[in-house]
Design a protein around this ligand. Structure first.
Ligand SMILES: C[S@@+](CC[C@H](N)C(=O)[O-])C[C@H]1O[C@@H](n2cnc3c(N)ncnc32)[C@H](O)[C@@H]1O
Length: 305
């Protein structure tokens, strides 16, 4: 039950999730070559475009980013920022004072039009991260709650936000977030505007985590949920030898071959998608065609000052 064994092996970044501005979070992620958000970006954009193509103006795309931190997923998908640009912005131009940081980030985002016309809602248990994401305009709606806690249930307003979303994305968050959170989201997800197409989900899950409870949860709520074969994405480098040894041990216990992946020093995640059963093949084919356009490549990141 749960992912406590796997989380014990994984380095803990909790100290940078709750500052008023993203500076420490971005700097720490950059130091460890964190790249899953950017690696997943073309797949999330393709799913958004698929929804738009099929629903037109009837059901505009509204993304629910689960474990959204400071709204960085929205910066990737909606504004087309690269992580390199984000690192550079927070290392040199964004003031550390909360109000000024929100204002300067808002101006920075508004310089160019969004590349993907979506509205963004984020869920994270970090109140400060959600506050910044809303204050800077990265998110239109924010849910600062810990649905892993059995006593916490979505309020009516939160249910409303979840109902209005037709694209669920999550990168780098499964492990912190489990089926307990999804059990509280999925009863509402996409229920506002039932149409012929969607809702859809695009989720990355680290290979050390068991995906079965997530698959079962989506199935319970009427979705088909599948790993997209052949799409394995680097998440971040191991912080040290201790993490490397523990992670490789877990992969061995699970019978997974790490020789072409984690053994070189990087966490890997697989790409999973969810859709109503009759649409899952369309979504999987779309993900495969993205893979052909964006074959795996190392994303180089500058080390922040
Ligand atoms: C590694 S970060 C990933 C952030 C972002 N999705 C990305 O890929 O850049 C993990 C996020 O999960 C959030 N988190 C941890 N526990 C959570 C919970 N119980 N519910 C929602 N979010 C949680 C953390 O606050 C943090 O923002």
């Amino acid at each position: 039950m749960g992912y406590s064994h796997e989380n014990e092996a994984k380095a803990n970044f909790n100290d940078v999730y709750t500052a008023p501005t993203p500076h420490a979070y971005i700097a720490k992620m950059a130091r460890h070559n964190y790249q899953i958000g950017e690696q997943a970006r073309p797949y999330c954009i393709a799913a958004a475009e698929l929804l738009r193509k099929n629903n037109g103006e009837i059901w505009p795309v509204q993304m629910l980013d689960v474990g959204c931190s400071y709204g960085i997923g929205s910066a990737f998908v909606r504004y087309g920022c690269s992580f390199e640009e984000i690192i550079g912005f927070f290392a040199s131009r964004a003031p550390e004072d909360y109000a000024s940081c929100c204002e300067v980030t808002r101006m920075w985002l508004n310089v160019t039009s969004p590349i993907c016309n979506i509205r963004s809602v984020g869920l994270d248990n970090s109140g400060p991260a959600i506050k910044f994401a809303l204050g800077s305009g990265l998110l239109d709606g924010g849910i600062a709650r810990d649905f892993e806690n059995p006593e916490v249930m979505p309020t009516e307003d939160e249910q409303g936000w979840i109902r209005s979303c037709n694209l669920l994305v999550s990168t780098g968050a499964i492990g912190y977030v489990t089926e307990k959170t999804l059990n509280k989201i999925l009863p509402y997800f996409g229920k506002d505007h039932p149409s012929d197409f969607g809702p859809l989900a695009v989720i990355t899950i680290l290979r050390i985590f068991d995906s079965e409870p997530i698959i079962d949860c989506f199935k319970r709520f009427g979705f088909d949920f599948q790993r997209v074969e052949g799409i394995r994405l680097p998440q971040r480098d191991f912080v040290d030898e201790v993490e490397r040894v523990k992670v490789l041990e877990i992969l061995r216990e699970k019978g997974l071959d790490a020789s072409e992946f984690e053994e070189a020093g990087t966490h890997y995640a697989d790409l999973y998608v969810a859709a109503p059963a009759e649409q899952i093949d369309i979504l999987i084919n779309e993900m495969r065609s993205v893979r052909e356009q964006f074959p795996p490549q190392k994303i180089a990141q500058p080390v922040p000052r």
